[in-house]
Design a protein around this ligand. Structure first.
Ligand code: MN
Length: 368
Protein backbone atom coordinates (compact mmCIF):
# COMPACT_ATOMS: atom_id res chain seq x y z
CA UNK A 1 0.00 0.00 0.00
CA UNK A 2 1.39 3.37 -1.02
CA UNK A 3 -0.14 6.28 0.97
CA UNK A 4 0.47 8.73 -1.89
CA UNK A 5 -1.62 6.53 -4.22
CA UNK A 6 -4.31 6.25 -1.59
CA UNK A 7 -4.43 10.02 -1.16
CA UNK A 8 -4.77 10.52 -4.92
CA UNK A 9 -7.86 8.30 -5.05
CA UNK A 10 -9.29 10.02 -1.97
CA UNK A 11 -8.95 13.37 -3.75
CA UNK A 12 -10.65 11.95 -6.85
CA UNK A 13 -13.45 10.53 -4.70
CA UNK A 14 -14.21 13.94 -3.18
CA UNK A 15 -15.37 15.23 -6.56
CA UNK A 16 -16.18 12.31 -8.83
CA UNK A 17 -19.16 10.02 -8.43
CA UNK A 18 -17.31 7.05 -9.85
CA UNK A 19 -13.60 6.70 -9.21
CA UNK A 20 -11.48 5.04 -11.89
CA UNK A 21 -10.67 1.35 -11.40
CA UNK A 22 -7.02 2.12 -12.11
CA UNK A 23 -4.78 5.06 -12.88
CA UNK A 24 -1.97 4.57 -15.38
CA UNK A 25 1.14 6.76 -15.34
CA UNK A 26 3.23 6.15 -18.45
CA UNK A 27 6.63 7.66 -19.21
CA UNK A 28 7.69 8.27 -22.79
CA UNK A 29 11.30 9.19 -23.58
CA UNK A 30 13.27 11.82 -21.64
CA UNK A 31 12.30 14.72 -21.33
CA UNK A 32 8.73 13.39 -21.64
CA UNK A 33 8.74 11.77 -18.24
CA UNK A 34 5.82 12.22 -15.88
CA UNK A 35 7.26 13.16 -12.48
CA UNK A 36 4.14 11.61 -10.97
CA UNK A 37 5.90 8.29 -11.70
CA UNK A 38 8.67 9.31 -9.29
CA UNK A 39 6.14 10.74 -6.83
CA UNK A 40 4.31 7.44 -6.41
CA UNK A 41 7.34 5.14 -6.66
CA UNK A 42 9.66 7.33 -4.50
CA UNK A 43 12.55 6.16 -6.69
CA UNK A 44 15.49 8.52 -6.29
CA UNK A 45 17.70 7.03 -9.00
CA UNK A 46 17.02 5.90 -12.57
CA UNK A 47 15.48 7.40 -15.70
CA UNK A 48 12.60 4.96 -16.34
CA UNK A 49 11.90 5.83 -19.96
CA UNK A 50 9.01 3.77 -21.28
CA UNK A 51 8.16 2.58 -17.77
CA UNK A 52 4.61 2.36 -16.53
CA UNK A 53 2.98 2.58 -13.10
CA UNK A 54 -0.49 1.19 -12.45
CA UNK A 55 -2.29 2.54 -9.38
CA UNK A 56 -5.36 1.05 -7.73
CA UNK A 57 -7.91 2.68 -5.37
CA UNK A 58 -6.79 0.61 -2.36
CA UNK A 59 -3.28 2.07 -2.66
CA UNK A 60 -1.74 -0.89 -4.46
CA UNK A 61 1.04 0.11 -6.83
CA UNK A 62 2.53 -1.86 -9.73
CA UNK A 63 5.59 -0.80 -11.70
CA UNK A 64 6.48 -2.24 -15.09
CA UNK A 65 9.98 -1.59 -16.32
CA UNK A 66 12.68 -3.03 -18.56
CA UNK A 67 15.83 -4.90 -17.49
CA UNK A 68 17.77 -1.65 -17.90
CA UNK A 69 16.11 -0.17 -14.81
CA UNK A 70 15.54 -3.41 -12.90
CA UNK A 71 18.31 -2.74 -10.37
CA UNK A 72 17.16 0.84 -9.65
CA UNK A 73 13.52 -0.28 -9.45
CA UNK A 74 14.32 -3.05 -6.98
CA UNK A 75 14.91 -0.35 -4.33
CA UNK A 76 11.23 0.57 -4.40
CA UNK A 77 8.45 -0.75 -2.21
CA UNK A 78 5.82 -1.85 -4.77
CA UNK A 79 4.89 -4.78 -7.01
CA UNK A 80 7.63 -4.87 -9.61
CA UNK A 81 7.30 -6.42 -13.08
CA UNK A 82 10.43 -6.56 -15.21
CA UNK A 83 9.95 -7.32 -18.90
CA UNK A 84 12.57 -8.63 -21.34
CA UNK A 85 10.55 -8.44 -24.55
CA UNK A 86 7.74 -6.24 -25.87
CA UNK A 87 5.45 -9.27 -25.82
CA UNK A 88 6.10 -9.64 -22.12
CA UNK A 89 5.39 -5.94 -21.56
CA UNK A 90 2.09 -6.23 -23.43
CA UNK A 91 1.07 -9.29 -21.46
CA UNK A 92 1.78 -7.65 -18.08
CA UNK A 93 -0.12 -4.45 -18.88
CA UNK A 94 -3.08 -6.37 -20.36
CA UNK A 95 -3.29 -8.40 -17.18
CA UNK A 96 -3.12 -5.37 -14.86
CA UNK A 97 -5.92 -3.60 -16.75
CA UNK A 98 -8.18 -6.59 -17.38
CA UNK A 99 -10.82 -5.43 -14.86
CA UNK A 100 -10.54 -1.68 -15.43
CA UNK A 101 -13.63 -0.18 -17.03
CA UNK A 102 -12.53 3.33 -16.16
CA UNK A 103 -8.87 4.26 -16.41
CA UNK A 104 -7.48 7.53 -15.08
CA UNK A 105 -4.72 9.23 -17.07
CA UNK A 106 -2.58 12.32 -16.48
CA UNK A 107 -3.60 14.45 -19.45
CA UNK A 108 -1.12 17.17 -18.50
CA UNK A 109 1.90 14.93 -19.00
CA UNK A 110 0.91 11.93 -21.12
CA UNK A 111 2.24 11.93 -24.68
CA UNK A 112 -0.01 10.94 -27.58
CA UNK A 113 2.11 7.85 -28.15
CA UNK A 114 1.68 6.61 -24.56
CA UNK A 115 -2.01 7.51 -24.63
CA UNK A 116 -2.38 5.09 -27.53
CA UNK A 117 -0.34 2.51 -25.64
CA UNK A 118 -2.79 2.64 -22.73
CA UNK A 119 -5.76 2.58 -25.09
CA UNK A 120 -4.37 -0.50 -26.80
CA UNK A 121 -4.20 -2.35 -23.48
CA UNK A 122 -7.55 -1.22 -22.12
CA UNK A 123 -10.44 -3.68 -22.38
CA UNK A 124 -13.23 -3.05 -24.90
CA UNK A 125 -15.68 -0.28 -23.95
CA UNK A 126 -13.41 1.02 -21.21
CA UNK A 127 -13.18 4.74 -20.71
CA UNK A 128 -10.04 6.85 -20.31
CA UNK A 129 -10.56 9.89 -18.08
CA UNK A 130 -8.22 12.77 -17.46
CA UNK A 131 -7.54 13.04 -13.74
CA UNK A 132 -4.61 15.48 -14.03
CA UNK A 133 -6.42 18.01 -11.82
CA UNK A 134 -6.41 15.56 -8.91
CA UNK A 135 -2.80 14.57 -9.48
CA UNK A 136 -1.88 18.23 -9.25
CA UNK A 137 -3.89 18.75 -6.06
CA UNK A 138 -2.38 15.63 -4.48
CA UNK A 139 1.19 16.56 -5.35
CA UNK A 140 0.67 20.14 -4.14
CA UNK A 141 0.41 18.98 -0.54
CA UNK A 142 3.83 17.63 0.35
CA UNK A 143 4.32 14.95 3.00
CA UNK A 144 7.07 15.24 5.60
CA UNK A 145 9.47 13.02 3.63
CA UNK A 146 9.18 15.40 0.68
CA UNK A 147 9.60 18.47 2.87
CA UNK A 148 12.74 17.00 4.40
CA UNK A 149 14.23 16.52 0.92
CA UNK A 150 13.14 19.99 -0.19
CA UNK A 151 14.70 21.46 2.96
CA UNK A 152 18.05 19.95 1.96
CA UNK A 153 17.72 21.22 -1.65
CA UNK A 154 17.00 24.69 -0.23
CA UNK A 155 19.87 24.48 2.24
CA UNK A 156 22.31 23.77 -0.60
CA UNK A 157 21.04 26.75 -2.63
CA UNK A 158 21.08 29.04 0.41
CA UNK A 159 24.69 28.15 1.21
CA UNK A 160 25.77 28.82 -2.36
CA UNK A 161 23.91 32.16 -2.48
CA UNK A 162 25.88 33.31 0.57
CA UNK A 163 29.12 31.89 -0.78
CA UNK A 164 28.79 34.16 -3.82
CA UNK A 165 28.94 37.29 -1.64
CA UNK A 166 32.67 36.80 -1.16
CA UNK A 167 33.28 35.24 -4.55
CA UNK A 168 31.84 37.81 -6.98
CA UNK A 169 34.09 40.73 -7.95
CA UNK A 170 34.07 43.45 -10.60
CA UNK A 171 35.50 42.13 -13.87
CA UNK A 172 33.85 38.72 -13.61
CA UNK A 173 31.67 37.31 -16.42
CA UNK A 174 28.07 36.23 -15.80
CA UNK A 175 28.42 32.70 -17.15
CA UNK A 176 31.57 31.99 -15.15
CA UNK A 177 29.82 32.91 -11.91
CA UNK A 178 26.90 30.67 -12.94
CA UNK A 179 29.34 27.79 -13.55
CA UNK A 180 30.91 28.29 -10.13
CA UNK A 181 27.47 28.08 -8.55
CA UNK A 182 26.67 24.77 -10.26
CA UNK A 183 30.02 23.39 -9.09
CA UNK A 184 29.46 24.49 -5.50
CA UNK A 185 25.93 23.02 -5.47
CA UNK A 186 27.15 19.66 -6.73
CA UNK A 187 29.96 19.65 -4.18
CA UNK A 188 27.19 19.85 -1.57
CA UNK A 189 25.31 16.81 -2.89
CA UNK A 190 23.05 18.31 -5.55
CA UNK A 191 22.71 16.25 -8.72
CA UNK A 192 22.68 19.52 -10.70
CA UNK A 193 20.98 22.90 -11.02
CA UNK A 194 17.17 22.77 -11.02
CA UNK A 195 17.02 25.06 -14.08
CA UNK A 196 19.34 27.26 -16.15
CA UNK A 197 20.96 29.57 -13.62
CA UNK A 198 20.10 33.24 -14.06
CA UNK A 199 23.08 35.44 -13.37
CA UNK A 200 22.24 38.98 -14.49
CA UNK A 201 24.49 42.01 -14.12
CA UNK A 202 23.33 45.62 -14.48
CA UNK A 203 20.39 46.23 -16.80
CA UNK A 204 20.16 42.49 -17.59
CA UNK A 205 18.52 42.12 -14.16
CA UNK A 206 15.41 43.82 -15.58
CA UNK A 207 14.67 40.67 -17.65
CA UNK A 208 12.97 38.19 -15.30
CA UNK A 209 13.90 35.20 -17.51
CA UNK A 210 17.41 36.18 -18.54
CA UNK A 211 19.92 33.33 -18.21
CA UNK A 212 23.67 34.01 -17.98
CA UNK A 213 25.51 35.81 -20.74
CA UNK A 214 28.84 37.46 -21.40
CA UNK A 215 28.36 40.69 -19.47
CA UNK A 216 31.32 41.78 -17.33
CA UNK A 217 30.54 43.10 -13.86
CA UNK A 218 31.13 46.80 -13.25
CA UNK A 219 30.92 48.89 -10.12
CA UNK A 220 27.46 50.25 -9.37
CA UNK A 221 25.60 47.36 -11.01
CA UNK A 222 22.85 45.04 -9.82
CA UNK A 223 23.82 41.38 -9.42
CA UNK A 224 20.69 39.26 -9.65
CA UNK A 225 21.02 35.49 -9.23
CA UNK A 226 18.06 33.12 -9.57
CA UNK A 227 18.93 29.46 -9.29
CA UNK A 228 18.30 26.23 -7.45
CA UNK A 229 19.57 22.75 -6.73
CA UNK A 230 18.09 19.34 -7.48
CA UNK A 231 18.53 17.02 -4.53
CA UNK A 232 17.06 13.51 -4.73
CA UNK A 233 14.86 14.76 -7.59
CA UNK A 234 13.44 17.69 -5.57
CA UNK A 235 14.07 21.27 -6.65
CA UNK A 236 14.88 24.46 -4.80
CA UNK A 237 14.53 27.92 -6.33
CA UNK A 238 16.04 31.01 -4.75
CA UNK A 239 16.75 34.57 -5.92
CA UNK A 240 19.04 37.07 -4.30
CA UNK A 241 19.93 40.51 -5.64
CA UNK A 242 23.24 41.98 -4.51
CA UNK A 243 24.94 45.23 -5.49
CA UNK A 244 28.42 45.71 -6.82
CA UNK A 245 28.83 48.84 -4.73
CA UNK A 246 28.54 51.67 -4.30
CA UNK A 247 24.74 51.35 -4.20
CA UNK A 248 22.69 54.32 -5.46
CA UNK A 249 19.67 55.80 -3.67
CA UNK A 250 17.38 54.52 -6.41
CA UNK A 251 18.77 50.97 -6.18
CA UNK A 252 18.32 51.04 -2.41
CA UNK A 253 14.74 52.24 -2.75
CA UNK A 254 13.86 49.48 -5.23
CA UNK A 255 15.41 46.86 -2.95
CA UNK A 256 13.62 48.09 0.15
CA UNK A 257 10.30 48.16 -1.69
CA UNK A 258 10.69 44.57 -2.91
CA UNK A 259 11.81 43.43 0.54
CA UNK A 260 8.77 45.04 2.17
CA UNK A 261 6.45 43.51 -0.47
CA UNK A 262 7.91 40.10 0.35
CA UNK A 263 7.48 40.63 4.11
CA UNK A 264 3.84 41.66 3.62
CA UNK A 265 3.17 38.66 1.36
CA UNK A 266 4.80 36.22 3.81
CA UNK A 267 2.67 37.67 6.61
CA UNK A 268 -0.53 36.57 4.81
CA UNK A 269 0.55 32.96 4.32
CA UNK A 270 -1.08 30.34 6.53
CA UNK A 271 -3.53 27.44 6.31
CA UNK A 272 -6.99 28.53 5.13
CA UNK A 273 -5.97 31.58 3.09
CA UNK A 274 -6.75 31.69 -0.67
CA UNK A 275 -3.61 31.31 -2.82
CA UNK A 276 -4.38 34.66 -4.48
CA UNK A 277 -4.03 36.67 -1.26
CA UNK A 278 -0.21 36.98 -0.92
CA UNK A 279 0.10 38.18 -4.52
CA UNK A 280 -2.65 40.76 -4.13
CA UNK A 281 -1.05 42.17 -0.98
CA UNK A 282 2.44 42.37 -2.54
CA UNK A 283 1.16 43.90 -5.79
CA UNK A 284 -1.00 46.46 -4.00
CA UNK A 285 1.96 47.58 -1.94
CA UNK A 286 4.30 47.92 -4.94
CA UNK A 287 1.58 49.72 -6.90
CA UNK A 288 1.20 52.24 -4.06
CA UNK A 289 4.83 53.33 -4.54
CA UNK A 290 6.65 55.13 -7.35
CA UNK A 291 7.31 51.66 -8.83
CA UNK A 292 3.66 51.17 -9.83
CA UNK A 293 3.08 48.48 -12.51
CA UNK A 294 6.71 47.31 -12.47
CA UNK A 295 5.94 44.00 -10.70
CA UNK A 296 5.10 42.06 -13.82
CA UNK A 297 4.71 38.39 -12.88
CA UNK A 298 2.95 36.14 -10.40
CA UNK A 299 4.24 36.14 -6.83
CA UNK A 300 5.12 32.47 -6.73
CA UNK A 301 4.68 28.92 -7.94
CA UNK A 302 4.44 25.46 -6.46
CA UNK A 303 7.74 23.70 -5.92
CA UNK A 304 8.60 20.01 -5.62
CA UNK A 305 9.72 17.36 -8.09
CA UNK A 306 9.34 20.07 -10.76
CA UNK A 307 10.44 23.69 -10.44
CA UNK A 308 6.90 24.64 -11.48
CA UNK A 309 5.15 21.89 -9.58
CA UNK A 310 1.53 22.88 -10.02
CA UNK A 311 -0.41 25.59 -8.24
CA UNK A 312 0.85 29.03 -7.48
CA UNK A 313 0.42 32.31 -5.66
CA UNK A 314 -1.20 34.59 -8.21
CA UNK A 315 -4.41 36.59 -8.60
CA UNK A 316 -6.14 33.74 -10.48
CA UNK A 317 -5.65 31.22 -7.64
CA UNK A 318 -8.51 32.44 -5.43
CA UNK A 319 -10.23 29.02 -5.50
CA UNK A 320 -7.27 27.11 -4.10
CA UNK A 321 -7.05 27.35 -0.33
CA UNK A 322 -3.70 26.92 1.37
CA UNK A 323 -3.20 23.62 3.17
CA UNK A 324 -0.53 22.47 5.57
CA UNK A 325 2.42 21.12 3.55
CA UNK A 326 1.94 23.12 0.37
CA UNK A 327 5.28 24.48 -0.85
CA UNK A 328 5.58 27.72 -2.81
CA UNK A 329 8.12 30.26 -3.89
CA UNK A 330 7.50 33.86 -2.77
CA UNK A 331 9.26 36.13 -5.24
CA UNK A 332 8.17 39.71 -5.74
CA UNK A 333 10.25 41.87 -8.07
CA UNK A 334 10.52 45.30 -9.61
CA UNK A 335 11.94 45.64 -13.13
CA UNK A 336 12.93 48.88 -14.82
CA UNK A 337 13.80 48.27 -18.49
CA UNK A 338 17.22 49.62 -19.43
CA UNK A 339 18.12 50.21 -15.78
CA UNK A 340 17.82 46.96 -13.84
CA UNK A 341 15.69 44.99 -11.44
CA UNK A 342 15.47 43.44 -8.03
CA UNK A 343 13.82 40.14 -7.13
CA UNK A 344 13.93 38.41 -3.76
CA UNK A 345 12.76 34.81 -3.73
CA UNK A 346 12.35 32.35 -0.91
CA UNK A 347 10.79 28.89 -0.70
CA UNK A 348 8.23 28.26 2.03
CA UNK A 349 5.99 25.54 3.45
CA UNK A 350 2.46 26.58 4.38
CA UNK A 351 1.81 25.87 8.04
CA UNK A 352 -1.07 26.46 10.42
CA UNK A 353 0.20 29.72 11.87
CA UNK A 354 2.39 30.99 9.07
CA UNK A 355 5.04 30.09 6.53
CA UNK A 356 8.00 27.86 7.36
CA UNK A 357 11.00 29.27 5.52
CA UNK A 358 13.07 26.67 3.67
CA UNK A 359 15.62 29.06 2.16
CA UNK A 360 17.71 30.91 4.68
CA UNK A 361 20.31 32.97 2.78
CA UNK A 362 20.89 36.55 3.99
CA UNK A 363 18.68 39.15 2.39
CA UNK A 364 19.77 42.43 3.94
CA UNK A 365 21.23 44.92 1.47
CA UNK A 366 24.58 43.50 0.42
CA UNK A 367 27.30 45.46 -1.39
CA UNK A 368 29.88 43.17 -2.91
MN1 MN B 1 10.88 30.82 -9.05
Amino acid sequence: MEPRVKRLFENIEKEMDEVPDAVVIANATDPHLDYTFFYVTRLEVGRFEGSVAVLYPDGELHVITSLLEAESASKGDFNLHVFKTIDELNEIVDDLLKNAKKIGINGDELTYKMYNFIKKHAIDNSELIDISKFIKLTRMVKDEAEIKTLRKACEIASEVAELMIDFIEPGMIEYKVAAEMSYEMQKRGAIGPSFETIMAFGKNSAEPHYSAGEAVLEKGQFVLMDFGAVYKRYCSDITRTYFCGPISDKQRKIYETVAEAQRLALDTIKVGVPCSEPHIVAAEYINSTEFKDLFTHGLGHGLGLAVHDGGGLNPRAEDIIMEDGMVFTVEPGIYIPGFGGVRIEDDIVVRKDGPELLTTARKDIIEL
